[in-house]
Ligand binder design. Structure first.
Ligand SMILES: Nc1ncnc2c1ncn2[C@@H]1O[C@H](COP(=O)(O)OP(=O)(O)O)[C@@H](O)[C@H]1O
Ligand SMILES: [Mg+2]
Length: 250
């Protein structure tokens, strides 16, 4: 491939937004948690939403998937998916790795991947399973073992592989670093970056662990008490004193 072709491969038309959320409000009973939240995830990019505990990160992903009472606009690849039922939203290409482990601990590793492919009607499901097993040999080696017997980091990788089995347009990752050792988190985020680069997977990651998340993202948002208070290019946020103080332990 020539350099020119390589460059055109990685470029994207401006305005090519895979997921766009605007004016999103969400509540639990009488308690409003998100207030007019707007964000955009360009096709093929990784975007991160940073926020402290209780800021509304999980609720944001749940609102995109219509798993909580909400209003506002959610556009996926040009189609309005706001308040469609959750199964439809999955069918239309949103894969959600929830906070905690997004796996079925009693099911085998392989069955977890098969569950992730339940929306597919093509005949390449087994090829995809083989691909993930080759890429992450630990999953292949333990294909028949219960997912619950994997380590925390391995389970998180399985949860992500399971989500990718649906060949989603966008992958939503809810605090993937939660409860994992720093070295494992670093590996995991490197893997996310690799998946993004190799598969072109668009990702929206919500995290408290700002440093690693901003390292793999192009763009970031800061969420405080259900509102976006800051947004910018990931590297600019990394250098922002307020972000450093609040999220980078500076
Ligand atoms: N099921 C629920 N019922 C009532 N309040 C909730 C529920 N889930 C979350 N909340 C509240 O909503 C706010 C945002 O929570 P959440 O989205 O889980 O934040 P984060 O993921 O950023 O830690 C918090 O104040 C939390 O207490
Ligand atoms: Mg959360």
């Amino acid at each position: 491939m020539t350099i020119a072709e390589e460059e055109s491969d990685t470029s994207r038309p401006t305005g090519d937004i895979m997921l766009s959320v605007s004016g999103l409000n969400a509540s639990y009973g009488a308690v409003t948690v998100l207030r007019g939240l707007s964000l955009e995830v360009p096709r093929g990019e990784v975007v991160v939403v940073l926020g402290a505990n209780g800021a509304g990160k999980t609720t944001t992903l749940r609102a995109i998937c219509n798993m909580v009472t909400c209003s506002g606009e959610v556009i996926l690849d040009g189609a309005n998916i706001a308040r469609s039922n959750t199964a439809d939203i999955v069918n239309r290409g949103v894969a959600h790795v929830p906070q905690g482990r997004g796996t079925f601990p009693e099911l085998s590793v392989k069955d977890n991947l098969l569950v992730g492919a339940y929306t597919r009607t093509d005949n390449e499901v087994n090829d995809d399973i083989d691909r993930w097993f080759t890429k992450y040999p630990v999953l292949g080696e333990r294909s028949n073992q219960a997912a619950g017997s994997l380590s925390g980091g391995e389970q998180q990788m399985l949860a992500v592989s399971r989500a990718l089995m649906s060949r989603p347009k966008v992958l939503l990752l809810d605090e993937p670093s939660l409860g994992l050792a720093p070295i494992i988190i670093e590996d995991l985020f490197n893997t996310f970056k690799q998946i993004n680069e190799e598969e072109g997977t668009t990702m929206l990651v919500v995290e408290q662990n700002a440093n690693l998340a901003l390292d793999i993202a192009t763009k970031g948002y800061v969420l405080e008490a259900g509102e976006i208070v800051l947004e910018g290019v990931a590297s600019d946020l990394q250098n922002d004193p307020a972000v450093q103080e609040a999220y980078l332990g500076a």
